[in-house]
Design a protein around this ligand. Structure first.
Ligand SMILES: [Zn+2]
Length: 275
């Protein structure tokens, strides 16, 4: 397969937490006097949104929206006691919008359908369809000024709030209080995404994958990011969006004359001009 890099779409924006945001650290270890359900923080102790969380959530939403969540289109990613525990979409269709944007893994993959028929199935290598992943997602850093002094007065920790949640046993009425750390509503993060534009065997992507990425952004706004989304957390909005296209030839020139191909306060106002 012949792959040529035509250029890069660079999407810069802010991610605003419309409701409290809980992106967990995952280890859930309990420190004495600590929070038992804390949020991810950078080396300076400030909460941030890991690129992997954004990418993973957007991929999952796109798999559903593009009709890729079917037993013959899912691969078994984690199995436990002979059962497919976690399945994700991955396929060898070169034109697949999900795999094309978010990438494919090397190695052999067994579809959920095959696995149900034969848990020892060997699987298939999709290497012939592997194109370098088009989407790159940077970690989104907290914009410190978005957490105002007024907001800080209501916070339990320097940048975050701690919520108590209570599960009550229906028979004994025994309560099981649990703490959960959240980034407060109103906090903003600086985000950057890159969508690579390729020419694959003579066929130019054009704006196809950029449009698909914008679809993934819209899907995320109407879903949630992080944990406890069904209980009110994790509504986010993309604001102050600017998209610039850099042609591969632009990398040999001064970048000062690059013009945005789209600029908008929010996704509903975003219109792409062609290039
Ligand atoms: Zn696919």
């Amino acid at each position: 397969m012949d792959v040529i890099l035509k250029g890069k779409y660079i999407i810069k924006c802010k991610i605003k937490a419309v409701t409290g945001l809980h992106i967990g650290e995952g280890n859930n270890s309990i420190e004495i006097g600590g929070i038992d359900n804390s949020v991810v923080k950078d080396a300076e102790g400030k909460p941030y949104i890991p690129g992997s969380s954004l990418k993973g959530k957007m991929r999952a939403l796109m798999e559903f929206a593009e009709g890729k969540v079917k037993d013959n289109l899912l691969i078994v990613s984690v199995k436990r006691s002979g059962k497919p525990e976690i399945c994700i979409h991955m396929c060898e269709d070169i034109d697949c919008p999900v795999c094309g944007l978010f990438g494919r893994n090397h190695g052999k993959h067994v579809t959920k359908e095959e696995f149900i028929r034969n848990p020892n199935a060997e699987g298939k290598d999709f290497s012939d369809a592997v194109i370098p992943t088009r989407l790159i997602v940077r970690d989104a850093k907290l914009i410190e000024s978005s957490i105002t002094d007024e907001m800080k007065e209501n916070l339990d920790l320097e940048w975050t709030e701690v919520k108590f949640e209570n599960n009550i046993d229906r028979i004994t009425s025994k309560a099981n209080p649990r703490q959960s750390e959240r980034v407060p509503a109103g906090a903003q993060f600086l985000a950057e995404f890159v969508v690579n534009r390729y020419e694959v065997d003579g066929s130019d992507d054009g704006q196809r994958y950029l449009s698909k990425f914008i679809k993934a952004m819209k899907l995320l706004e109407d879903d949630y990011l992080g944990g406890q989304g069904s209980r009110g957390n994790g509504k986010v909005k993309f604001v102050d969006i600017e998209i610039v296209y850099k042609d591969s030839s632009d990398y040999e020139k001064d970048s000062s004359d690059l013009k945005p191909i789209a600029k908008a306060d929010s996704l509903d106002q975003l219109k792409l001009s062609t290039n």
